[in-house]
Design a protein around this ligand. Structure first.
Ligand SMILES: *[C@@H]1O[C@H](CO)[C@@H](O)[C@H](O)[C@H]1NC(C)=O
Ligand SMILES: *[C@@H]1O[C@H](CO)[C@@H](O)[C@H](O)[C@H]1NC(C)=O
Length: 224
């Protein structure tokens, strides 16, 4: 398999971060390893993201019981993009400015379940952003850091180089229903306007489970 250079660089970097003993956990330590905290069913979070040098502030509204997830993405000195995801596979990407842009896409995966980190490999404790974290990874996917004391997420890094710093994490906070309505221009001529982007679609359909679900949102961050 040919790995993209960026991925190789990140894997090499991660290998440097962890000493060999934490890279090779023994069977015995597996039994006592902490498990990542299940995500709350509903929360509001503000994230600062670095997408290969492109900075973004993301408001994340996670709402599992209602089968929906919202990323409101402010690009630095740039576009404010709304990424509204339904668990039936439909995502709306739109702006609310005078350009009235909207893309509708369908994915074969729903939104990320609260236990999506289950089965991640424990890598030990590290300081990240000044917080002592338990760290897990899902190979070729994500590196995830959770505050040891509060159990809140602090930071995560996708293996494509995108990183997220968690600025706020408000458990139980829900965005009211009217805000989950995509604008009317998303529904006009829906058949013509539905996005046929082969590269995005192959990303979406070749990845199943939590990878595909996470990529569904991560993808929006790279839209312009
Ligand atoms: C964002 O990430 C790039 C590497 O992709 C790094 O060079 C840059 O310093 C980072 N910017 C900030 C503000 O962290
Ligand atoms: C999924 O649900 C949303 C919100 O109810 C709706 O707008 C969309 O058309 C649905 N998609 C499918 C494929 O049924």
């Amino acid at each position: 398999m040919v790995l993209p250079c960026k991925l190789v660089a990140i894997v090499a970097f991660l290998a440097l971060l962890f000493d060999s003993s934490s890279c090779l956990p023994s069977i015995a330590s597996k039994l006592t390893d902490p498990a990542p905290t299940t995500w709350p069913l509903q929360f509001h979070s503000i994230l600062f993201m670095n997408n290969s040098g492109k900075l973004q502030k993301v408001e994340l509204w996670y709402d599992w019981p209602n089968g929906r997830n919202f990323n409101i993405i402010q690009n630095q000195l740039g576009k404010l993009l709304y990424d509204l995801e339904w668990t039936n596979g439909t995502s709306f990407y739109y702006t609310l400015d005078s350009n009235r842009e909207c893309r509708v896409m369908h994915f074969p995966v729903g939104i990320l379940g609260p236990n999506w980190l289950q089965g991640a490999n424990y890598l030990g404790q590290r300081y990240m952003d000044g917080f002592l974290c338990n760290v897990w990874e899902k190979v070729d996917f994500i590196w995830y850091c959770e505050d040891v004391v509060s159990k809140r997420p602090v930071y995560w890094a996708f293996f494509n180089g995108m990183t997220a710093h968690v600025m706020t994490f408000e458990v139980g906070k829900v965005l009211e229903d009217p805000n989950w309505q995509a604008p009317v221009y998303c529904f006009k001529e829906a058949d013509d306007e539905e996005e046929q982007n082969p590269s995005l679609e192959s990303v979406a359909s070749s990845t199943t489970g939590s990878h595909g679900r996470f990529l569904r949102g991560a993808m929006a961050l790279s839209l312009d």
